[in-house]
Design a protein around this ligand. Structure first.
Ligand code: ATP
Length: 225
């Protein structure tokens, strides 16, 4: 009897954020990344205590997780992950820790991408250990109107710039073992800030979030203040 060795590679993107709440912009970015980079899964991982967003009190983690679960239902390749749940942790979790935690759970042949919007990527040099993070996995940066490959290059930490090779054909920046891909063409200019403001004013959320998420926000009375 011959044994069958599984040699399949799973292509997974980690899509982190506060998702307060998840909205149509996030979903459009994830769908586009699946199509363009032949991804098998996008893991939506809401941050529990994100280092960059503590100026504003976040909606409790379970509400953000519940809205994500509603938003991804029916989308076969979307998964909600609690990889960034605080648990007993008392301080903010850094992306490099999340990525390493996730990589330990993946198979050797699997390929991990870090999916991020350009507005967040432009500050990457100020993150915790940005060089190490950029060496851990490939990045897919969802561009926004007005941003170019040069902006992605400019955002790189100084120490990585001399090694970076701009590949205009692939719309990418090669960083030795890893690559930063710039994904253009997603134009859904919704932000969570706009959703919260609309909810506060009692406006319709129909164009901003999926219907089930809008119903959840209404029923749970979120973003009233
Ligand atoms: P807020 O308005 O509260 O700052 P947000 O809408 O940017 O929130 P986040 O949860 O902070 O949502 O975003 C998670 C990730 O998704 C970030 O990398 C962000 O850049 C990206 N992103 C959010 N909205 C869009 C959009 N409309 N198009 C492309 N990328 C987006």
């Amino acid at each position: 009897m011959s044994s069958v060795v599984k040699l399949t590679t799973v292509r997974i993107a980690l899509f982190g954020g506060t998702f307060d709440p998840v909205h149509r912009g996030h979903l459009a970015v994830a769908r586009a990344a699946i199509r363009r980079y032949r991804l098998d899964r996008v893991l939506f991982a809401p941050a529990d205590l994100p280092p960059h967003k503590l100026k504003r009190p976040l909606t409790p983690f379970f509400h953000r997780l519940a809205m994500l679960a509603l938003a991804v239902s029916g989308e076969g390749r979307f998964v909600v992950s609690a990889v960034d749940a605080a648990g007993k942790r008392t301080r903010a979790s850094y992306s490099i820790e999340t990525v390493r935690r996730l990589k330990r759970r993946l198979g050797k042949r699997d390929r991990l991408f870090f999916l991020i919007g350009m507005d967040a990527f432009k500050d990457i040099a100020t993150w915790y250990r940005p060089e190490a993070l950029l060496k851990e996995c490939d990045f897919i940066v969802a561009s926004r109107p007005g941003f170019s490959l040069k902006d992605a290059f400019d955002a790189l930490p100084l120490r990585l710039k001399p090694k970076a090779i701009v590949d205009r054909k692939r719309h990418a920046i090669a960083l030795g073992k890893t690559t930063v891909y710039l994904m253009g063409g997603v134009r859904v200019p919704v932000s969570a800030t706009e959703v919260r403001a609309a909810a506060r004013r009692g406006k319709s959320l129909a164009t901003l979030v999926p219907a089930r998420v809008a119903a959840y926000i209404r029923r749970a009375g979120l973003y009233k203040r």
